[in-house]
Ligand binder design. Sequence first.
Ligand code: FAD
Length: 395
Amino acid sequence: ADLRIEYSACNACGNCIRSCPVNALYKKGNKVVLEENHCILCGGCIDSCPYEAISIKQKRSETINRKKTSGIWIYAEHKNGIMHPVVYELLGKGRELADKSNHKLTAVLIDGESSHWAKELIAYGADRVILCSHALLESQQDEYHFDAMTTILEEEIPTIFLFGATSFGRSLAPRIAARLQTGLTADCTRLEIDDVCGYLYQTRPAFGGNLMATIMCPDQRPQMATMRPGIMNAKEPDYYREGTVKRVNYKGEIKPRIEIIKEIIGEKKKSIGDASVIVSAGRGIGSQKNMKLVRRLADILEGQVGVSRPLVDIGWSEYSHQIGQTGAIVRPQLMIACGISGAIQHLAGIADAKTIIAINTDPEAPIFSVANYKIIGDCVEVLEMLIRSDREKQN
Ligand code: FAD
């Protein structure tokens, strides 16, 4: 981008010079002059100019300008023969955005069992699948995947490109954004499209989660975002849906700087995000020994244990059990919240819980505003009562 001064409109009043925080403007004779190397394009001078004589001219990326944009794309991440669940969620959201803006939805699948997956991606909402296969792409080696994506993007670019905010998506998407000289909003929790101008409104927590920011990328294409897994809903698959498949040849001629020496697959733990019953505890549980009661009730109900953040902070639970904005997003059929106040950051993780039973001594606790059943009382006593009644039933 360049700062431009329109001298026919400028009367050298000096407002811009005074407003510039980096002394990039100065007077030479009766002309305002710009020291380009100093300018940080903050726009302060534009706001201060009463004659609208200053503007910022965007230099659009030449690569982008020459290319036709082709609808909405999602990146179909998979590993060891398993499609990442966020892909189905992206297809659901992508379909909704595509229908609203009259675009086609494309899924990009790099490597993988092509024909099987193409059918699956179309069933879940894609109109088209771009396939790019090569032996070098079998491992999740960022550099090869990035290079393959660059090959795909040489022919066409999307108007919107969505990735899962997984560790791989978080690594690949910024590289692509940098290559295309466009913006990227990471870790979105909400996406909306303006059906008139096509702008993507990308919402994500900002300032330590204390407010939600909606970000737009009006000048560059594609508009790119990574989306947090577990927030959106996948659509029901329709295996009669029809779509097209485009194959892109990848030559794999780069020399990567990273060498994968060995891949160690970690043990897959049951994720709290998939639990249909959760018994969760907050600070009101009182002591670490009472966590046994929470675990016991969760076992009786064949569910899992969830916690609020303070319990992770004081070491009573592992982070993998934390629910909320900085923890897991859960969607259980039943959730029993014991001694949890219902702070906004916690509620962000339980918005899709079907039935919430909240136990709290404070009748004004915010958790009650989202609860279906309210128990005003000591959660330790209620837990003991529930466990006892189960024991009595067994006898
Ligand atoms: P408290 O707020 O202390 O509430 C304890 C509750 O227990 C009270 O309502 C009290 O009335 C009740 N109580 C006390 N004794 C009993 C009893 N005997 N029986 C029944 N009830 C009792 N928090 C999360 O949970 N998840 C997140 O992901 C998360 N992310 C955050 C991100 C940011 C950027 C920030 C700033 C905060 C985040 N927090 C998160 C913290 C959040 O703001 C709250 O501080 C936290 O959720 C409070 O946890 P709590 O409800 O267990 O504790």
